[in-house]
Design a protein around this ligand. Structure first.
Ligand code: GLC
Ligand code: CA
Length: 568
């Protein structure tokens, strides 16, 4: 495999609105991010991904862009952005931005022109389609609920397509002019010194221009628009072209938000000549989806989760690198989703961190994950900001749930769980702002915050630092980055274990985590412990010494170890 500059990097996602507010208006901003670069550097972060900071009416928190060349005022100025790039560079860090090009905002001048003048060339920048038999062109349900087709005011029987909110009209990628505009914009940012992009909702850019209807999958008579995405082919032609004229020549790092990829396309997406450098591994998150919505989702079961991650790891081997996450701005907090009740504590969080950071692939830490931020309780649906949450609350009510039950569903699944302000200190508003935060903080900030954890040597934050440092330690980094992933101890129902190994070295790394309630002893067979590299429980030097030369390992409930082992 040809080595690339980003293979051994650790990435961190910043949700700018909620990261750090430098001017007291309650909204996180570029000044705040710049002020925390040393914190991120110290944590061991190399690549910073910024969720959208472009000009936007914020119907979908910036994923509705009205000007691709401007920074939203609430975040700061282009000069501050340039300062951020320079400051990151001086610390050997890289900045990537969100590339949202499946759709733009309905406030974008292209869309405004298209509405104002049906003859304008911008009409073809979008999908304006005539209805069929007095109905919308097809029966697709948008990602945020309701039809994907919005009637055009003042024009009879005319609709435009939006896979997300109606304020997010889809861009017509079939139109070469649209593609040219997009590529020009990408190169403009790359020329500024941006290291690459996280690429939003990209699988959706290819449409079936016939817009066929499908059998309904819900009581609303609609069918998820993903059905069309699943059926249509040819997205690769666009992606190949985009990569060839933008990312490739600049050696940019790109990570795709790819759902609904056809299985056999892995190589085309993230192989050596792939459209992207990497793509997120959402396989575990797909386990959290209900059949009809959040309300009928089932809790994640350990063995299913383990099997899913194992298959996902093996699937990428020999092809490329996935990007691993336990949470992001669209998901509830990972510790609340993937840890059983009894493990939702410091030790359990360290165990999950151990599994997460030792898998093969590029780790993306989401802000606050490193201090173990959790889901946030709200007392009423009106306290939620997220557009998706309001839709899913209604879906739950329509399915017959009570208000309390629907609220509980939001508590477990809402995207706002990840969007509450970053918890820096035990002081008012968690030290996020001197003003009033745009979204109220999680009240557990008193115990869960950076300052307190930075002072405690055995805190989760310091454990994350140790794990990242271990991943990068020269003697082991080659194994962590390029080593094969070989699952182990599958016959134990509550153990998540695997070897990381390289063909030409005699030692291997063995990671074992006991997600069960009971103590477990595991015989290592023909392996011997050379060294304990890390443990999630306080371990003393004598314990390390004791472990040396052992041929079995005993783990308490929620204990995790990273071992260097060799064959006898
Ligand atoms: C992606 C983003 C999500 C956004 C959607 C529409 O899924 O991660 O936050 O709502 O695209 O742009
Ligand atoms: Ca601010």
């Amino acid at each position: 495999m040809t080595k690339r500059w980003w293979h051994d990097k650790v990435a961190y996602q910043i949700y700018p609105k909620s990261f750090c507010d430098s001017n007291g208006d309650g909204i996180g901003d570029l000044g705040g991010i710049i002020s925390k670069l040393d914190y991120l550097k110290d944590l061991g972060v190399d690549i910073i991904w910024l969720s959208p900071i472009y000009e936007s009416p914020f119907v979908d928190q910036g994923y509705d862009i009205s000007d691709y060349y401007k920074i939203a005022q609430c975040f700061g100025t282009m000069e501050e952005f340039d300062t951020l790039l320079a400051e990151a560079k001086s610390r050997n860090m890289y900045v990537i931005m969100d590339l949202v090009v499946n759709h733009c905002s309905s406030q974008h001048k292209w869309f405004q022109e298209a509405l104002a003048n049906p003859k304008s060339e911008y009409r073809d920048y979008f999908y304006f389609v005539k209805g069929k038999n007095g109905q919308p062109p097809s029966n697709y349900r948008s990602y945020f609920g309701g039809s994907t087709w919005e009637p055009v005011k003042g024009e009879k029987d005319m609709y435009y397509l939006h896979m997300f909110a109606k304020e997010q009209p889809d861009l017509n990628w079939e139109n070469p002019k649209v593609r040219e505009q997009i590529y020009r914009m990408i190169n403009w940012w790359l020329n500024k010194g941006l290291a690459g992009f996280r690429i939003d909702a990209i699988i959706n850019i290819k449409k079936d221009l016939e817009f066929p209807s499908f059998e309904a999958d819900g009581e609303d008579g609609l069918v998820s628009c993903t059905k069309m995405v699943d059926e249509v082919t040819g997205v690769g032609d666009f992606l190949k072209e985009m990569s060839a004229v933008t990312f490739e020549p600049k050696d940019a790092f790109t990570v795709g938000e790819v759902f609904n990829m056809k299985k056999e396309e892995m190589e085309a997406f993230i192989g050596e000549e792939g459209y992207f450098s990497s793509m997120f591994d959402f396989s575990a998150h797909l386990l959290t989806l209900g059949e009809h919505g959040w309300y009928d989702a089932k809790p994640v079961e350990f063995k299913a989760w383990r099997q899913t991650l194992i298959s996902s790891q093996l699937e990428a081997e020999g092809i490329g690198f996935k990007s691993n996450i336990i949470e992001n701005h669209d998901e509830p907090r990972g510790v609340c989703t993937f840890l059983p009740d009894y493990a939702r504590n410091e030790q359990g969080k360290k165990m999950l961190a151990t599994t997460f950071l030792t898998l093969r692939g590029i780790p993306f830490i989401y802000q606050g994950q490193e201090i173990g931020m959790t889901n946030c309780r709200r007392n009423d649906i009106s306290e939620y900001d997220d557009i998706n949450t309001h839709d899913q609350y209604q879906v739950a009510l329509d399915a017959g749930l009570t208000k309390e039950e629907a609220l509980k569903v939001c508590h477990d699944h809402s995207r706002d769980n990840a969007r509450t302000p970053m918890q820096w200190k035990a002081t008012k508003h968690a030290g996020f702002t001197a003003g009033t935060p745009w979204l109220p903080v999680n009240l557990n900030y008193f115990s869960v915050n950076v300052e307190t954890q930075a002072r405690k040597p055995e805190s989760l934050l310091n454990y994350y630092k140790e794990l990242i440092a271990l991943r990068k330690f020269p003697a082991y980094s080659e194994i962590f980055v390029y080593g094969d992933f070989v699952p182990a101890f599958l016959e134990y129902d509550n153990i998540f274990a695997y070897y990381r190994s390289l063909a030409d070295t005699s030692v291997q790394i063995l990671v074992i985590a006991n997600y069960g309630r009971e103590i477990q002893t595991l015989p290592l067979g023909n392996m011997l412990v050379e060294k304990v590299l890390l443990m999630n429980t306080d371990f003393k030097d004598d314990l390390r010494r004791e472990a040396r030369g052992k041929c079995c390992v005993t783990l308490q409930s929620c204990e995790a170890v990273v071992l260097l082992v060799s064959e006898i």
